[in-house]
Design a protein around this ligand. Sequence first.
Ligand SMILES: Cc1cc2nc3c(=O)[nH]c(=O)nc-3n(C[C@H](O)[C@H](O)[C@H](O)COP(=O)(O)OP(=O)(O)OC[C@H]3O[C@@H](n4cnc5c(N)ncnc54)[C@H](O)[C@@H]3O)c2cc1C
Length: 400
Amino acid sequence: MTEKVLIAGMGPAGLVAGLMLARAGIPVALFEAQEDLPTDLRASTFHPPTLDMLARLGLADTLVAQGLVAPSYQWRDRATGDAATFDMGCLAGETGFPFRLQCEQWKLTRAAAAALQAEPLAELHFGWAASGVTQDDAGVTLTLTAPDGTTRTETGAFLIGADGASSAIRQALGIKFEGFTYPEQWVVASTPVDFAAKLPGLSPVTYTADSEEWFVLLQTRDLWRVLIPVAENADAKLILSDDWIEAKLQGIARHDGGYPITHRTIYRVHQRVADRYRVGRAAIAGDAAHINNPLGGMGMNGGIHDAVNLAEKLIAIFRDGADMDSLLDHYSTQRRAIAEEYVQTHTHQNKQVIEEKDPARRAAHLARMKHVAATPSELRAYVRKGAMMDAVDKSMGVMP
Ligand SMILES: Cc1cc2nc3c(=O)[nH]c(=O)nc-3n(C[C@H](O)[C@H](O)[C@H](O)COP(=O)(O)OP(=O)(O)OC[C@H]3O[C@@H](n4cnc5c(N)ncnc54)[C@H](O)[C@@H]3O)c2cc1C
């Protein structure tokens, strides 16, 4: 049996796992359904422990060079303009990156794929969608389908399903993906207009609570992204129109001459976790295993943490002859617990806070946050949680 690891999906999770394995001397074959790496605007926040992991692969500096360092983030109240600002400098000494890096995820996938192309043990295949899996004690057989319907099979010792939220691998393995979908739709619009020049004291990452219409402002190197909720049954054509977006952005901050809009999208948001992350020699990682709302920027980061955890375990199995069953079960238990107890909880709480209708409860939350921001020991504990450092401390480590 070949020692190769097959990986379905070249998003952040698949590429990071592939790069770690190839660099450890393990052959990998990656299969991406699209003809090229997707470049749509998705996650834009890298948390400190993720950057520490990417630094070990030589990818962090290139992202920092292409991104925007956000030294703080903020909770604000739309009605009063009052804010609590969390200075991430309190993490200095615990991470090489005591900040959030605001950088589009496609910059990571581009850099990771380029690094993989340079690895003699890595094969990258575009235009092949994973469509079926069989396995026995010796290995895994993956069926792949091209856009013209042509199929082929590949065999390997293990399979990583990193093929995103609608994962064909998860479905082929019979893994359930339970949870719920939020009723509202979420709209993201990007503009080069500088909101920091309009809203005094604004942090590059700001969650603004409101009883009627909360919003999130996220700065990247060249743009500001605005995230706003809209009604479940709102007409997509209308809410993606210039006029509708213009009115929303003018409501956030007045801008003479109109807002140029460089990108707009609308999507549904879910909270779901797979009921197990491993079946035999196949394991799932990233959005294939868990999805959550973007309030806190934990989706892509959690997927990268899965990839690193799983790759470390496969390396221990190949290199040290570690027991496959106990390590892969450990991966499933460790990472599933974090998705369920930490990421789902944290992101859902963020949603409840940002959409709080009662002004008294909103004010109480902000007062508590201001106290936390001004109290060094509480600030550090709070920022560690938001930066997923506690999640990583609890959920990494190779051996059970
Ligand atoms: C519109 C949108 C906005 C988002 N915004 C944020 C945000 O602001 N903050 C945040 O933290 N997260 C955000 N996310 C989530 C974030 O993008 C994901 O958590 C992250 O991309 C997960 O990485 P991944 O590698 O697991 O999956 P993906 O990035 O989805 O990568 C999966 C890859 O597999 C490929 N693929 C799919 N099916 C197959 C198949 N059958 N065979 C082979 N390849 C296949 C896909 O083309 C894709 O390249 C957003 C997601 C979306 C959709």
